[in-house]
Design a protein around this ligand. Structure first.
Ligand SMILES: [Zn+2]
Length: 414
């Protein structure tokens, strides 16, 4: 076994330290953006970055950035990191694992006196989850120029506080436009898988090829209300019954099409919503995810075809709206190969896979060659206080991250 350069113990210390910055002690990690917990976590991260020899600043979108200058400072930056915000009652590893692994990689470079041609930056991004302002990937979208200053006043939290006010109170002079970058060559993000595949196969490293596109539909079914006792079965146009058939058809369609596509109905409402009246109005959501746009299209077209049949059969009117559409993202083949080479040299097992969850890497892929390293998480559980990754597994990911970023930062060419 090759001598490992990262420290399992230091990764554990960092994860445990950051897990303490939660507004729900004893009930998972809740660290919303621009809160006291976020401030304390940032202070810890800034200290660790500075100790790792990085020059630290907080950009105008609230992202903590630590820079290790390159021997040629004019060259574009190799960036690594992930997000530091969490969902409510989330785990200690989602996002944080990638931040901690990147800091550890920077520590190793600092201690070994590694000479990087390209500047290297470590980032702790925020509001990736969108838990506070209902619009995720703030840090990465600002870097990629996908969100502008208009959002500072448009986005509000549940208490009506605007993003601008929250950032000002946090001590930042908010300017999302100014956070845009055009000097990033590559971005590498380590993240827990948030699914069960790596653990089930006993594999150390996941090399992410595509991040699934997410298409959300709002389906409305209009029927006719009627008395539950006096309306004969054959004279009904029951909107809820028709909706139930569409939901079942959705499941059947996706199972049939396969190709890694998934669809979920997670929200439904029926009117008038009383036990003795036939429903005349039902609305439900369909969340479809797939690694290619053509698969997303295939799934929704098949669902719509089934809905037309059900519409006639149950004498209802069915309509589809598509309020949100996130395109699938293909990650860098070149960085995928570097992850593979590094994992192979270190003697780790690896597989190529897609990510069903969204990540900052989606936005970063717009402006830089982007790659993702997945590490296993126990039982595939995430966004939950039971989320867990063994520190030895995290260390393997950190070793690969270190190796990939070292290679990228020494390669010639932009
Ligand atoms: Zn995450």
């Amino acid at each position: 076994m090759m001598q490992l350069r990262t420290s399992c113990e230091r990764l554990k210390v960092d994860i445990e330290a950051l897990a303490k910055y939660t507004s729900t002690p004893g009930s998972g990690v809740t660290r919303l953006s621009f809160t006291e917990e976020h401030r304390l976590a940032n202070e810890y991260i800034i200290k660790q970055m500075a100790d790792a020899g990085l020059e630290v600043f907080v950009n105008s979108a609230g992202t903590v950035v630590g820079r290790r200058e390159g021997t040629d400072p004019e060259l574009p930056v190799v960036m690594m990191g992930s997000h530091i915000d969490t969902v409510k009652h989330g785990g200690a590893f989602d996002g944080t694992a990638g931040v901690v692994a990147a800091i550890e990689a920077a520590r190793v470079m600092h201690r070994s006196g590694f000479k990087n041609r390209h500047p290297i930056e470590v980032v702790a991004m925020t509001e990736e989850e969108g838990t506070r302002f209902n619009d995720g990937m703030l840090s990465s979208e600002a870097m990629a120029g996908l969100i502008t200053n208009k959002a500072l006043d448009d986005l509000k939290d549940d208490c009506g506080i605007t993003l601008r006010k929250a950032m000002q109170d946090f001590g930042i002079k908010p300017d999302l436009d100014r956070a845009k970058r055009s000097d990033i060559k590559a971005f590498v993000e380590l993240h827990i898988e948030q699914g069960p595949m790596l653990e089930a196969k006993g594999t150390d490293i996941g090399i992410v090829e595509n991040i699934a596109g997410i298409s959300v539909y709002k389906v409305t079914v209009v029927g006719k209300s009627g008395h539950a006792g006096t309306t004969p079965m054959h004279l009904r146009s029951d909107a809820l019954l028709a909706a139930a058939h569409i939901i079942t058809a959705t499941n059947d369609v996706v199972n049939k099409i396969g190709k890694g596509s998934v669809a979920t109905v997670g929200r439904i409402g029926a009117l008038p919503g009383v036990s003795n009246v036939i429903s005349n109005f039902v609305q439900f959501s369909i969340d479809i995810r797939a690694s290619k746009q053509e698969y997303l299209d295939e799934v929704i077209n098949a669902i719509k075809a089934e809905a037309r049949i059900i519409e006639n059969k149950f004498k209802v009117a069915v309509s589809f709206e598509n309020p949100s559409n996130g395109k699938p993202v293909k990650l860098s083949t070149r960085i995928g190969e570097l992850i593979e080479e590094s994992a192979a040299e270190l003697g780790y097992s690896y597989i190529r896979m897609d990510s069903g969850a969204a990540h900052d890497s989606m936005a970063m892929a717009e402006i830089a060659d982007t790659g993702m390293i997945f590490v296993p998480c126990k039982g595939g559980i995430s966004h939950n206080s039971d989320e867990w990754t063994d520190y030895e597994s995290l260390q393997k990911g950190a070793e690969v991250l270190l190796s990939v970023v070292e290679r990228l930062s020494c390669l010639s060419g932009a």
